[in-house]
Write a protein that binds this ligand. Structure first.
Ligand SMILES: [Zn+2]
Length: 478
């Protein structure tokens, strides 16, 4: 009789086949979801890459992870990850990043990027369409090799003709068709772009309802060309076109004026504009020494000298002669710039308006340590951010930033039934970044388990060999 009842119940309600085990159960962790405010001891059941059940009742799994004493949170989403190589993928995973996207600049060829990464990525990936690449192509000098940003020259420093702007718009449109999640604009890398060109490119993003991610035109206090002017330009372009806007690494492009820059973002939001900002928790930046960022006047803008520049490979601090040699070379060379003060960085990271994004690439410790540093320094040591707000800055806020470009982002950045099973399980007492400027490739520690699309890729703190569960995150229009 009992068996018969079970059979009838199972037949009538196949959605509640309670006896079936889940593929994976994360048992007894402190489960956090920043959207609903959930912060409780729960069991999480995972099937077919999604969170199928969250319950205080015991769940049966083909495999069960014991998360007692550990935090269970949505995997971190890094919207500013230049390094899309294998080394970076591993470093990101150990830092709790389950999605790493190239949004600031964008790759030069979206279709090629998505094809190359498909089936070969530890973590989820995606990209914007590149304004810089579209501009270089319109000037007849397409980007070389793996370069994301052009070398300083005609294609970066000269204004475009109306026909060239139309060519850029046409290319950016087809890149969005190919799956790009927005338009990346490194305006400081193409100083020849007029305000008019910028507005036209914002119009392209608005017409497709995808966000613009931008490294603003300039930095510092000197007018014209201050950080404040540069923030005004992009908020103005967002206001008149309707394009959603994310100002990237507001820490390093606003420096000592970052409170005023964030007040401008708050003001824009208060007036109904979709404007957001992100930051990374390091005092140094990194970029190409051959780029237009080092056009004449850079020392005054950044308030630094040659000695504040460091080669990541050797730790060599530059002199004028060495700078001139490297800047003039046709070979692209990364350089670390010590531009910011720790108290400025600490303020911007704790501000509720900023999400966290690493600006990661090999050679800078932010590639490996950004997210663990947020947990170790700001949550555990300084106590300037609560744990759930830190999780919000690293998962929910970046997911929400992507939602206009792709409905699939509504399943990211959440521990909810139906969400993608991108999950981190970590020990808040020990999680720690270990990468330094001298040793930028040191893995973070404390991530006990990292799950991407339901597949465990860090298991008891060790990388699982042979799994590549990362998937492309692409625009609705693809
Ligand atoms: Zn940048």
């Amino acid at each position: 009789m009992k068996q018969l009842i079970v059979a009838i119940v199972a037949a009538l309600a196949p959605a509640v086949v309670w006896s079936a085990p889940y593929e994976l159960v994360i048992r007894g962790g402190r489960v956090l979801d920043p959207e609903t405010g959930l912060d409780a001891t729960m069991n999480v059941g995972i099937n077919q890459g999604r969170i199928a059940r969250i319950s205080a009742e015991p769940l049966t799994g083909t495999r069960t992870i014991d998360a007692k004493g550990l935090v269970v949170a949505p995997g971190f989403i890094d919207l500013h990850q230049h390094g899309q190589d294998e080394v970076s993928g591993v470093l990101k995973a150990f830092d709790g990043v389950t999605s790493g996207l190239e949004m600031e600049i964008g790759v030069p060829d979206v279709k090629e990027f998505l094809t190359r990464k498909s089936g070969h990525s530890l973590i989820n990936y995606g990209t914007t369409a590149s304004h810089a690449a579209a501009r270089a192509a319109a000037f007849g000098s397409p980007l070389a090799g793996d370069d994301l940003i052009p070398q300083s020259g005609h294609a970066t420093n000269d204004p475009a003709t109306p026909e060239q702007v139309r060519q850029m718009q046409s290319r950016l449109n087809s890149e969005i068709d190919a799956g790009a999640l927005g338009i990346g604009m490194g305006i400081q890398y193409v100083p020849g772009a007029t305000r008019q060109e910028i507005i036209h490119i914002f119009q392209s993003a608005a017409s497709r309802n995808v966000p613009v991610f931008t490294h603003i035109r300039s930095v510092g206090r000197k007018e014209p060309g201050s950080s404040i002017e540069s923030v005004s330009e992009v908020i103005g372009a967002a206001a008149v076109t309707g394009a959603p806007l994310q100002i990237v690494h507001i820490n390093s492009t606003c420096l000592a004026d970052v409170s005023d820059c964030l007040a401008m973002v708050a003001g824009a939001k208060a007036r109904g504009l979709d404007v957001t900002a992100e930051a990374y928790p390091y005092i140094a930046g990194m970029t190409s020494i051959n780029s237009a960022l080092f056009n004449p006047g850079w020392q005054e803008k950044f308030g630094i000298g040659y000695n504040s520049l460091m080669l990541p490979e050797t730790g060599e601090r530059l002199t004028q002669a060495r700078f001139d040699e490297l800047h003039a070379s046709p070979k692209s060379q990364g350089v670390v710039l010590f531009v910011n003060r720790q108290e400025v960085v600490d303020g911007v990271i704790a501000n509720p308006l900023t999400s966290i994004a690493s600006d990661g690439e090999v050679g800078h410790p932010r590639n490996a340590g950004t997210y663990s540093m947020i947990l170790a320094r700001y949550v555990r040591e300084l106590r300037t951010i609560s744990l759930i707000d830190a999780i919000r800055k690293m998962s929910l806020m970046p997911a929400q930033r992507l939602e206009k470009a792709t409905v699939s982002a509504r399943r990211k950045g959440r521990i909810q039934e139906g969400a993608d099973a991108d999950i981190v399980v970590f020990d808040l007492a020990t999680v720690k970044d270990r990468a330094t400027y001298e040793k930028p490739n040191e893995r973070s520690t404390g991530m006990k388990f990292v799950v991407v699309n339901g597949t465990v890729l860090i298991d008891k703190g060790a990388l699982v060999p042979g799994v590549l569960p990362g998937k492309g995150i692409v625009s609705n229009d693809q």
